[in-house]
Design a protein around this ligand. Structure first.
Ligand code: AMP
Length: 285
């Protein structure tokens, strides 16, 4: 028997939320775009551990897609997702439609300053504005005590933290480490779009991050390390490297050299066939 409560409107949730709060329970929130995988379930587990009541949203947010084809082809598996949430002990799912989330066409945009100028911000103009908008809407609707985000989208975490600080959202942000497949490929909803041969090729993202990390820690020069990664990608058919950068994991300032005394993360984005994948690895935490 399904115990998961499926809510489609903010009103339905508002009613249930009052009941939860009157029982003195804390609310943990996991925002997703569905096509759920074990990576999402790590966020669910963290919420179930830390909070009394866990609500997961599933909404493919049109305003964060700068590429219409990416939006159209984004995998949609709602029934399966709801069954998975139920099996994993989630208490509620919020599954609004686009009219509910965007009753009128939106004029508002958000800008995240320097974060817009590098990596995902630079490659996907308007993406973080869309993320900021939908996460603001969801925070205002769900009003959780804690919200859970994956380290897999490292720059998104910096954006969300900025949003919470600048707009004074009363929510704690909890960051969950990246869940990987057995061979190291970061779990992603987009992985299902890879053909079997592309799935093998996609491992180049994690391999190049790991190789670059050990080379940097062994004292090799950052530009030489990056050049080697660029030529690795050039030698593999069906891949196109968008960026491979060493950054400060919170400010996203780009480093031009490696300093073992400064926090740093390696970030990569690449197309494998026509599937765009991103990944990152901390070098110095
Ligand atoms: P998405 O449905 O892709 O928007 O992702 C929803 C949340 O799940 C985001 O906070 C992601 O960072 C997180 N997430 C996606 N993939 C992973 C993963 N492999 N490990 C941990 N968290 C993830």
């Amino acid at each position: 028997m399904q115990k998961l409560k499926v809510l489609k409107t903010p009103k339905e949730w508002a009613k249930l939320r009052l009941e939860i709060l009157s029982g003195g329970q804390s609310i943990g929130f996991v925002p997703t775009m569905g096509a759920l995988h074990v990576g999402h379930l790590e966020l669910v587990k963290a919420s179930l551990d830390q909070c009394d009541f866990t609500i997961v949203s599933i909404f493919i947010n049109p305003t964060q897609f700068n590429n219409p084809k990416d939006f159209e082809t984004y995998p949609k598996t709602l029934e399966k997702d709801l069954a998975l949430l139920d099996e994993n002990g989630v208490h509620a799912a919020f599954v609004p439609n686009t009219e509910t989330m965007y009753p009128t066409s939106t004029e508002m945009t958000l800008s995240f300053g320097k974060l817009e100028k590098v990596l995902e911000g630079k490659q996907r103009p308007g993406h973080f504005s869309g993320v900021g908008l939908v996460v603001s809407k969801l925070f205002n609707i769900i009003k959780p005590q804690v919200a859970f985000f994956g380290q897999k989208d490292l720059q998104q975490i910096a954006v969300i933290k900025r949003l919470v600080a600048d707009l004074s959202f009363q929510v704690d942000i909890s960051v969950v480490p990246t869940k990987r497949e057995a061979d190291g490929l970061a779990c992603s909803s987009r992985n299902v779009r890879l053909s079997p041969s592309e799935r093998k090729i996609a491992l180049v993202l994690f391999k190049s991050l790991s190789k670059a990390k050990s080379e940097l820690l062994a004292g090799e020069n950052w530009f030489a390390v990056r050049q080697a990664v660029e030529s690795d990608f050039q030698n593999i058919l069906s891949t196109e490297l968008e960026y491979f950068e060493l950054v400060h994991p919170e400010s996203f300032a780009l480093y031009s050299s490696f300093d073992p005394n400064q926090k740093s993360s390696l970030c990569v984005a690449a197309n494998v066939g026509d599937v765009r994948l991103i990944d990152n690895l901390p070098v110095i935490d």
